[in-house]
Design a protein around this ligand. Structure first.
Ligand SMILES: Cc1ncc(COP(=O)(O)O)c(C=O)c1O
Length: 386
């Protein structure tokens, strides 16, 4: 059976170029910290990758710290606050729709006495700047707002938020895991102090990522006990992961135009869903070109996912009950989605391998799946949502 992969925000497949670069390096077993030839060769490969990753976001190579991925990068930023004296600055602002690894990192600091504000977003997922300004003050040490949301794909005006944060004397971090390669990301334009990236969202390998730290920005390592990454991240360099990431970053430089074409597929799927399946709501504002999050009233997201999987279509639930506690997603709650609708939401996240045939196939199978589930649902639809 043909498989149609529409879960690229969860992860992307390894690109052929990244795979080739990793195959070539797999025999290069030297420790990049060793001074002999094998070590030097590994070091060269890592520094080449660093230059590619830096170039992708307009950074200096020295501003890139390689690590295990987005979760580690986000944890690292919050750990700086935990370990460093910020004087009277003991407040943090995060947006209400951050990735769980940011929210959990902030919560850890809250337990240590930090004040954490969760800045609200509007019904499309955009940060409410006026509300943000109300909690931003001379006590704010860090503002952390993601560039693009993983569930609904809303893109924030980070340059503007950075300007406000820095005017108040706060440090600015953005989680750009979902944005890099899909939209223009340049640290000079964004002017952020810290930026998070992950290789497996840009057709690189899993378990590799980077944190951009602006030259001069406060920093303390999360993982200590080694001089690697200039003393900023201990542990023997993962040559394989870094080289794959570097190649993926090189290829990602030219992806924005391709994602603009992908947006047309996404828009067509959205158009057809809204036309052919009544009682549906689109969550988010469509600003990330590949992401479509839709709530289907009267149908469970998980049931839709499993039924689509059976006919070869791979998606994820927008309500991502990843915690297993059955609660609707914090992102959908933050945009004030109806909790019942939130349970019926599906995220379609397109990638570079998709085409219009995929959209047409989804539309051949999806309406019937939704109607069958609605027929056996106890939830009555039609009174609140069309
Ligand atoms: C917005 C965002 N931040 C962070 C992460 C975590 O990245 P990683 O899987 O590399 O740890 C993800 C992954 O889903 C993400 O979507």
């Amino acid at each position: 059976m043909r498989r149609i992969y529409l879960d690229n925000n969860a992860t992307t497949p390894l690109s052929e170029n990244a795979r080739r670069s990793m195959r070539a390096i797999i025999e290069l077993f030297g420790n990049a910290s060793s001074m002999h030839k094998d070590g030097r060769l590994a070091r060269q490969a890592i520094e080449k990758a660093r230059a590619n990753v830096a170039a992708l976001i307009g950074a200096e190579p020295s501003e890139i710290i390689f690590n295990s991925g987005g979760s580690e990068a986000n944890n690292t930023v919050f750990n700086i606050l935990a370990e460093r004296d910020f004087g009277n600055r003991n407040e943090i602002i995060v947006s209400a729709i951050e990735h769980p690894c940011v929210l959990a990192s902030a919560q850890k600091l809250e337990k240590k006495g930090w004040k954490v504000w969760h800045a609200p977003v509007d019904e499309k997922g955009k940060l409410r700047i006026s509300e943000f300004n109300k909690v931003l003050n001379e006590k704010t040490a860090l503002v952390s707002v993601m560039l693009a949301n993983n569930e609904i794909g809303t893109v924030q005006d980070i340059a503007k938020i950075t300007q406000l944060a820095q005017k108040a004397g706060a440090l600015m971090h953005t989680d750009a895991v979902q944005a890099v390669s899909k939209i223009a990301v340049d640290v000079k334009d964004l002017a952020v102090d810290y930026l998070t990236m992950s290789a497996h969202k840009i057709y690189g390998p899993k378990g590799a990522g980077a944190l951009f730290v602006r030259t001069g920005a406060p920093f303390l390592p999360l993982i200590v006990g080694g001089h690697q990454e200039n003393g900023r991240r201990a542990g023997t360099d993962s040559t394989l992961g870094v080289v794959g990431f570097g190649l993926a970053a090189k290829m990602a430089k030219n992806m924005i135009e391709k994602y603009q074409k992908i947006a047309k597929l996404r828009d067509e799927l959205q158009r057809q869903i809204l036309k052919k399946i009544p009682f549906t709501t689109v969550n988010g504002d469509g600003s990330l070109p590949n992401t479509l999050n839709v709530s289907f009233a009267g149908a469970e997201g998980e049931s839709i996912l499993l039924a689509l999987d059976e006919v070869g279509v791979e998606v994820s639930t927008g309500s991502a009950c990843a915690s297993g506690d059955g609660k609707p997603s914090h992102v959908l709650m933050a945009i004030k989605a109806d909790p019942e609708l939130a349970h019926g939401s599906i995220r379609f996240s397109f990638g570079l391998d998709n085409d219009m045939k995929d959209v047409n196939y989804v539309m051949r199978v999806l309406p019937e799946i939704v109607w069958k589930l609605r027929a056996i649902s106890t939830v009555k639809i039609g009174d609140k949502n069309e």
